[in-house]
Design a protein around this ligand. Structure first.
Ligand code: FAD
Length: 524
């Protein structure tokens, strides 16, 4: 039996991203994936939102995606909402098909040496206090300290763990297909008494991508070319000579949400934890962001630097995010209903979204830029994404995201310089790691740099401590201009864990909460 620290069931976007996050942290991780290759039947997701591009940028790989997609300046909630005025480097949507996104992520996983056991399924598991036995479809089993189900909406892991998946049954069903047509179809959207239908050109310029609202819900059999042809004739009066389909499928507006993202040593992420209709293009995006929230926490627990309870913050932080996505997708589906009253509601919503404040609020939600983890009261940055500012450091001008490339936490000292420099690995090593809890340094009350040095010393093996200056404006999406902080503790996922004046209390508590206690006491 092969042992790994973490086994991930499913190598879709969520599983690949999580594996890379764990590999970056030096964790022995493997993926078990049903598919023989990364090839995907059908297009599925069509792009990346701002926050997802930011998290990829935090790891230094955003360029790989940007070079392959097209930029659009609007997100969509009922109508297009311009986000080009948002304070982020990535104030746009990147149109890029899921097969490309997965190919690029799989390439990165390969570079990081993540083994992918292909053409095998996880069929079950048994967990005890020390780990999980993972059963595979080829009769073999794996042993892991943790198992993460990234195995999609029908997750076998979620079911085997007995985690409830409550939600809303479908009210509408759509046929989706990619095929050739011998006649030129009526491109674009069409609305009728059934709902909205769409015909568009695929990347190859030859095949047609079509989405057709169905007559009813609840069809149990897999859709066929004949079903698509009949639906086209019912809507357009012709099937345009549809032939040679490469993908025919069906999706609905069913929305469901796992009641818990964790059962002891088993966790869920991505579609395994939440499913909803694809309006607004958010599923893949929040799956990748689940992975980035979970990866560093799981790595620390596996290394024994943090207790297992750190994993509970994964559910606490990410469950509300998916709950909001379920809500906004349900609202968008409701707004598409073809009756006159819904049309009137839709026109009213469009008018509201034409105003600046509602546009900014909803667009920030769709793009993921307004994520706010509840880390208590304090500076507006607390629990929010750290903006990618251009900092002045001892080694020159550097972007904040540069410091997050290796997925380590960062303490940014923006006040009096203390001689901390990220590019100096030596400073990390020579800043001796104390085994004692931090003490109030003598005569340091008026010397913030000395206090930072003393406070951070027990964590310098885990946290990069950097002096930097930033003279520009501090601005957050929707919130606007905020007061400049004097010091910031940034988690590996790019969210601010603590901010304030290092001469005040709280920093040691935040370091302990997020990155483990000061003494190098391994947790079992
Ligand atoms: C028509 C459509 C359009 C969409 N458009 C968008 C969009 O524009 N934007 C967006 O963000 N999202 C979109 N989505 C949603 C997006 O495709 C999903 O949210 C995303 O694929 C979820 O990624 P995942 O890795 O969590 O799950 P999946 O992509 O489902 O990956 C799960 C993986 O697990 C494997 N697997 C399953 N069971 C097992 C097992 N037991 N053992 C081993 N392997 C297993 C599967 O083969 C698969 O590779 C769309 C979805 C559809 C259907």
């Amino acid at each position: 039996m092969t042992n790994y620290a973490v086994v991930i069931a499913g190598g879709g976007p969520t599983g690949l991203m999580l594996a890379c996050e764990l590999a970056l942290a030096g964790i022995d991780v493997a993926i078990v994936e049903r598919r023989a290759s990364q090839d995907l039947a059908g297009s599925r997701a069509g792009g990346l939102h701002s926050r997802t591009i930011e998290v990829l940028d935090q790891r230094g790989i955003a360029g790989r995606f940007l070079s392959q997609g097209q930029v659009h300046k609007a997100v969509r909630f009922h109508i297009p909402l311009d986000i080009s005025d948002f304070p982020t480097r990535h104030n746009y949507v990147l149109a890029l098909r899921q097969n490309h996104i997965e190919r690029i992520l799989a390439g990165w996983a390969g570079e990081l040496g993540v083994p992918i056991h292909r053409q095998r399924e996880v069929t079950g598991f048994a967990q005890d206090d020390t780990g999980v036995y993972v059963e595979l479809s080829d009769g073999n089993s794996l042993r892991a300290e943790y198992l993460v189900g990234c195995d999609g909406g029908r997750s076998a892991i979620r079911k085997a763990a007995g985690i409830e998946f409550p939600g809303w049954d479908p009210t509408t069903s759509w046929l989706i297909a990619e095929a050739e047509m011998s006649e030129e179809p009526a491109w674009g959207f069409r609305r009728d008494a059934l709902g909205t239908h769409a015909l568009g050109k695929l990347e190859d310029g030859r095949r047609v991508s079509l989405v057709l609202t169905e007559q009813g819900v609840g069809a149990r059999s897999e859709p066929t070319l004949r079903d698509v042809s009949e639906a086209l004739i019912a809507i357009y009066g012709t099937d345009y000579g549809i032939h040679s389909p490469t993908w025919i499928s069906r999706f609905t507006d069913m929305a469901r949400h796992a009641a818990a993202y964790r059962d002891r040593r088993v966790l869920l992420a991505g579609d395994a934890a939440h499913v909803h209709p694809p309006v607004g293009g958010q599923g893949l995006n929040i799956g990748v962001q689940d992975a980035v929230n979970l990866g560093w926490k799981l790595a620390q627990v596996v290394k024994g630097t943090s207790p297992g309870t750190l994993l509970d913050t994964y559910h606490a932080e990410r469950h509300p995010i998916a709950a909001r996505v379920l809500r906004n997708t349900m609202a968008q589906v409701a707004l598409r209903r073809p009756d006159d009253r819904t049309k009137a509601l839709g026109e009213t919503v469009s008018e509201l979204l034409g105003m600046d404040e509602p546009r900014r609020r909803i667009a920030a939600e769709m793009s993921g830029l307004d994520v706010h983890y509840d880390l208590g009261e304090g500076h507006p940055l607390l629990g929010r994404r750290m903006p990618d500012l251009d900092l002045v450091t001892a080694t020159g001008s550097l972007r904040v995201f540069t410091f997050l490339h290796d997925a380590r936490p960062v303490f940014l000292n923006l006040g009096e310089p203390g001689g901390f420099d990220i590019t100096s690995e030596e400073s990390r090593k020579t800043d001796a790691v104390s085994s004692a809890p931090p003490e109030e340094p003598a005569n340091s009350l008026f010397c913030p740099a000395a206090r930072i040095r003393a406070l951070c010393a027990p964590w310098v093996d885990r946290v990069a401590v950097i002096d930097a200056k930033y003279a520009g404006k501090w601005e957050l999406p929707v919130i606007g201009v905020i007061p400049a902080p004097t010091a910031i503790l940034i988690r590996p996922d790019g969210y601010v864990a603590w901010t304030g004046d290092p001469t005040q209390q709280g920093l040691a508590d935040a370091l302990t909460t997020w990155f483990g206690p000061p003494t190098a006491r391994p947790f079992p």
